[in-house]
Design a protein around this ligand. Structure first.
Ligand SMILES: CC(C)C[C@H](NC(=O)[C@@H](N)Cc1ccccc1)C(=O)O
Length: 677
């Protein structure tokens, strides 16, 4: 496809877009669209599990399964979007239509989270949960269809805006595109949890999930509007037909041959297919073959959201002025992306080039895999640190308490208190999965002959009978002041709760109300506070993100540049399919390999990726980079020459006629096969 750039002033790019600093202006609308769309997607995803758990009242297992199924679906639907774009609607129309589907899905999610809709008795809880569940599932399905469907099209459509000789600009575009993904996701993962924490409602005030879903819905509408505004400037490649469908057509025509077409036309059609189609199929298959080992990278990469977040729940998130939630650690990834992509593009890669090294895309991807493996080794080292500190805790843990002369007490400790814990009958604290990192557990044992009431400024924990103990209660970590009261007399006891800690407070029989009761209460650590700091996770985040920059940003561009013109979106979908497979591997390995030691599981994943990386580097060594546009042009030229040389073969016009006839023939073939059925 010829570039429409004006050779004199260079003001026009491909399509009708103006050129600014060597870049078509049209890509501005595409990157803004991507920013808003990723804000919408990641913003909604950030609060989804909590919506399942606290609004729809699902248990952890159901919430987690539906969440992962949704994410996997989002990376499977790109295939659908790509086929529609490449073979039928074209990328532009596919993006518009599927964005509408996407926005409708987001709105459905926002509406499904309005509790007042079905709260006829106005008690603050929805009366018909079925309505909310059905609407949210429909919403999620539409979102998966929309976000996945447009994903391969937007990236490929952006790439289409560049001319044949704008390789450098196109590479920069893919980097900027990636920056926008991460800028949008970073902002939304910070903002939507804040929106969710607000209280809203008409009849009763509840956590505002409708706002947390409503803002991403609005951003999706903005994404669509921005994309439409740029409409007049885009270069819109016509859908050229999808190779897969063409191959099927080819078989169909061969079968229909006996019914409706003469030998001359079939021979010409086969000539056309043999040369152009088979060359294109070869290009695609070569790249797809190379993709086989890639899911392993995503298997490690996507554990940031699961294993690494769980690891963070056993760590200390106190950063002085800032207290970080375990799931907030994930924002380190987009923050590092925003820093590392410009550094790599403007410093590291040019420096490597200056040293005379040819750092090809496949070499970059190999290094990216190795960096991800290093990240998992770091995660294993951090895990060993955590395990050592937990071991110390188990040895020093007060399983049997005496000493006060009046009570014997036994505790069974099974997990960290900063996790979503279950207090079972034998007073064990059992780990279930984290919900609120800021909450810690405590209870009081009353050694006095009178009943004692325990309260704080915010809550009353009730009356504890003489020589009895209270149930565990939750309180925010940090400093807490308890008021102990007996009749009209009271005193205050202050203490500090570290992250993940749990305490039993023994009220001495010698306590005198009205005086300082600080010395008359003994605090015993049931569970020690987390002692390994969350900052220790930063190296693993650094390596996985550096790996992502080398692997994912490069892979995105590689998938575009190595695809034949009629398979750009399909190869993008193939690339995203590796993400879906990677996610399935996480689910399978988590189920099958029940490795008791978490650090050993991290080492296993790192070793697997190194092994896969060796295989990939061998495959990459034998891969020859191609320029599909040049091959296609040369090939078409050759066909024309052959046709002119050999008068027995059909000319250009005849080939066109063959194509038309083959379509007619398809209809005949369809009719024939339908009547048979
Ligand atoms: C997995 C996708 C192919 C790539 C891309 N994702 C990212 O760029 C992530 N770094 C974004 C992110 C943001 C917040 C928390 C974790 C990850 C995408 O979404 O297109």
């Amino acid at each position: 496809m010829a570039d429409k750039e004006d050779p004199k002033n260079g003001k026009m790019g491909k399509g009708k877009s103006k050129v600014v600093c060597g870049y078509p202006l049209s890509i501005f609308f595409i990157v803004v669209n991507e920013f808003c769309e990723r804000f919408s997607y990641y913003g909604m995803r950030a609060v989804l599990v909590l919506y399942f758990k606290y609004f729809l009242r699902w248990d952890d297992d159901l919430a987690t399964s539906i969440y992962h199924t949704f994410v996997a679906l989002c990376y499977l639907t790109p295939i659908l979007g790509a086929i529609v774009a490449d073979s039928w609607l074209g990328k532009f129309k596919t993006i518009i239509y599927l964005s509408i589907v996407y926005a409708v899905g987001q709105v459905a999610m926002a509406v499904s989270a309005i509790h007042d809709i079905t709260d006829s008795d106005r008690d603050g809880t929805p009366d018909s949960m079925t309505f909310h569940i059905v609407l949210s599932m429909v919403g999620l399905f539409l979102i998966a269809l929309g976000t996945g469907g447009i994903k391969p099209c937007v990236a490929a459509f952006g790439g289409d805006q560049f001319g044949e000789h704008q390789d450098r600009q196109r590479r920069t575009f893919f980097s900027v595109f990636y920056l926008c993904i991460n800028g949008g996701s970073l902002l939304s993962t910070i903002i939507t949890p804040v929106l969710r924490a607000q209280e809203c409602g008409i009849y009763s005030k509840q956590k505002c999930y409708s706002l947390a879903f409503g803002v991403p819905a609005a951003l999706m509408v903005v994404a669509l509007v921005v994309f439409i505004i740029g409409s007049g400037m885009y270069y819109k490649a016509e859908p050229q037909g999808n190779i897969m469908l063409d191959v099927c057509k080819c078989i169909g025509v061969s079968l229909a041959y006996t019914i409706c077409i003469n030998t001359f036309y079939i021979t010409a059609y086969q000539q056309w297919l043999k040369k152009l189609l088979i060359a294109q199929i070869k290009m695609v298959l070569k790249v797809l073959f190379l993709y086989i080992p890639l899911p392993m990278f995503w298997t490690l990469f996507d554990q940031k959201g699961s294993r690494w977040t769980l690891q963070a729940t056993t760590m200390d998130g106190n950063f002085g002025a800032l207290v970080i939630q375990p799931d907030q650690m994930q924002t380190v990834n987009p923050i590092l992306i925003l820093t590392l992509v410009p550094i790599m593009d403007s410093l590291i890669y040019p420096l490597i080039k200056k040293c005379g090294l040819n750092f090809t895309p496949l070499k970059r991807m190999t290094v990216g895999m190795l960096l991800a493996a290093i990240a998992f080794v770091c995660a294993a080292l951090v895990q060993i640190q955590i395990d050592v500190s937990t071991k110390q805790l188990l040895h020093s843990s007060p399983y049997i308490l005496s000493g006060q002369g009046f009570i014997y007490f036994k505790l069974t400790i099974k997990g960290k208190a900063n996790s979503d814990t279950e207090i079972v009958e034998n007073q064990a604290i059992t780990f279930v999965g984290f919900t609120d990192y800021f909450l810690v557990y405590f209870r009081f044992v009353n050694g006095m002959k009178t009943a004692v009431n325990v309260s704080t400024a915010a809550a009353d924990f009730g009356l504890i009978e003489p020589f009895y103990y209270s149930n565990y209660s939750q309180i925010k970590n940090g400093k807490a002041t308890f008021t102990l009261r007996s009749g009209s007399q009271s005193c205050e006891y202050s203490t500090n709760f570290g992250f993940g800690s749990s305490y039993t407070f023994f009220i001495h029989s010698t306590l005198v109300f009205g005086s300082n009761c600080q010395d008359s209460v003994t605090a015993v650590e049931d569970i020690k506070p987390n002692s390994v700091h969350m900052a220790l996770q930063i190296p693993q985040y650094f390596f996985i993100t550096a790996g992502e920059v080398m692997f994912s940003v490069t892979g995105l561009e590689f998938s575009y540049s190595q695809a034949p013109s009629n398979m750009k979106a399909v190869l993008q979908a193939g690339w995203l399919f590796t993400v879906a497979i990677g996610n399935f591997i996480v689910l399978i390995v988590a189920e099958l390999a029940k490795i008791p030691k978490q650090w050993a599981e991290y080492v296993l994943f790192a070793s697997l990726l190194v092994a896969v990386c060796v295989i990939f580097s061998i495959m990459a060594y034998f891969y020859t980079y191609i320029d599909p546009t040049e091959i296609e042009a040369q090939f078409k030229k050759k066909i024309n020459e052959d046709d002119e040389d050999d008068k027995s073969k059909p000319g250009k016009a005849e080939v066109e006629m063959v194509k038309r006839d083959s379509i007619k023939c398809h209809d005949e073939y369809d009719k024939a096969t339908q009547t048979k059925m």
